[in-house]
Design a protein around this ligand. Sequence first.
Ligand code: MSP
Length: 649
Amino acid sequence: MSQEKFYITTPIYYVNDKPHIGHAYTTILADVLARYNRSLDAPTFFLTGTDEHGQKVQKAAEAKGISPLEQCNDTVIRFQELWRELEITNDKFIRTTDGAHKKVVQEILQDLFDRDLIYKDEYSGYYCVPCERFFTEKDIDENKCCPECQRDIQEIVESNYFFRMSQYQEWLIDYIKTNPEFIQPAFRANETLGFLKQPLGDLCISRPKSRLSWGIELPFDNDYVCYVWFDALINYISGVGFNQNDEQFKKWWPASYHLIGKDILTTHTVYWPTMMKAIGIELPRTIYAHGWWLTGRDKMSKSLGNVVNPMEMIQKYGVDSFRYFLMAEMTLGQDASFTEEAFVNRYNSDLANDLGNLLSRVVKMNLRHRDGLIPQPNAYTKAEKTLMAAVDNAVEEMEKAIVDMRLNQGIDHVMNAVRAGNRYMEQTAPWTLAKKGDNERLDTVLYCAAEALRKVSVLLHPVMPGKMADLRKALGLSGEKLDNCHIGDLKKNDNILSGLEMNDIDALFLRVKLEEIEAIKLEPPKPAKKKQKAEKKVELPEGVITIDDFFKTELRTAKILEAEKVKGADKLLKLQIEVGDEQRQLIAGIAEFYSPEDIIGKVVVVVANLKPAKIRGVESQGMLLAAKTGKDLKIVTVDGEFPSGATVG
Ligand code: MSP
């Protein structure tokens, strides 16, 4: 691989809530790629940070009765703590509330305004007050309802500032077509090209302070703040010295990779390139969109209570195995499923059985038969050549995998080499060689197995820095040799190990018994509306609740997709329901009143934020509403045709 500089970024994360597995994944991926590039001697810069302006953050602050900046300061610590725990080696952490970033955003705004690339115009649209979102004529139907929450929507006329994004449409289409590496994987480029088949409008880049005050003030009109995405995307250049340090900017820009999740493709592949074109800077080499982590087969969502908390995984299984699982399990670009069972299975088979076992065999044999000193090898036989070929193949494949963003396949090749190491031990049986007193062969076998582990430790170091350092210590690599994890050096085949003294080591990875582990606590579902902190306590008559109490229950419409009886339970039906874009399973005690055929297709009302429970051993994610008299029961449905996922209340 060339020594080209490597500049990698993650999205900057909203500070309305604490970090989850999706944030951890992208940041670990960026970290692993940064570490690989450093190990190939490429000058490397890794930027991550937090997106601190805008409505989400302002709303989260309001819900807690604190200022938006307090909300940012409280939450940013959670991200920084997690990155420390995860051993993330970012070179800079940018916050969009940093003075330097704000200054760059304002300079860019002023420059575009001066060059008439930003103009003021009257904007008419539809505004949903509860959702605080704007919609255009084409988003809404003839009932003039909010497409998100189905509530009444207001037609409003508002003056705003617009970026002349539309004028770059043809240029952008051409750029994407002629630069196939610009949007990756390729099917995401097609998605953006599909989006660009519609006429591209100009981008509204302001918000009147009367509606949203938490943002960077427009330098040419202090009644407005900047739209959060326009501010946030600029972090990729303000973070490496744009308009502040020309030398630094020239050194790192254009970025090698912007890593993003698939949901923020349009902002990165349409808004950002047109902004860069207007600003007059080169475009990054690649915008890479990865897929989503699902919990089992479901989307992670707070209301389902299935969001995986990375801190809990780290506390339970350790940093390195968590990093390893995320990197090994996800095929870049596609969605992946997270379950604790899959985690434990991979942990046991790859780490405890294959890698841990090989290390422990090699160390024990050396301690027992060579006082821990790694011997000089003698002539290689076919067995040694086969093992070394598997290891060298892993080195080559890993290098290619990093360039082609197929990290999980690179890891697979390394694990194949580890398994070849275990086969080699069984085939050459050093314990028998020792018994027979065949010292020549024993020396070669002990050396070769250790050499295979040394190379594996370099290849896996970016993924598991802590455990690979332990493994190297066990091999007797200390001081500078411990730190020298340069992938480039692996091809030299120098004899580094002979004469080093091995150190005994407890199991590198302790086996975990799935039946004995307590499932990780998933995030408890959050109530839809939060009480204001500053709210005064008012005595209520008994049995009376406040509107806030009512809104703790998240009622939503749901469509029944499938229904079947629960075996051995006469009163229960198992339902598969659709709640907006989520699919859930729900158990309802209605089998005496409805047959499965009666209710398939009905749009009903469910409690969407109920803690999932097991009913007769079957998981139920929510509760269906029904009206009941002594002996009759009718489920609550909505009047006429209606979409699922709509708020009821
Ligand atoms: N602040 C914007 C990004 C601005 S970048 C200039 C933002 N922030 S976010 O915190 O909501 O999301 C950050 C990233 O987390 C996105 O890339 C998103 O795709 C990713 N993920 C959120 N949930 C995820 C999973 N369940 N799985 C994988 N990644 C997911 O968007």
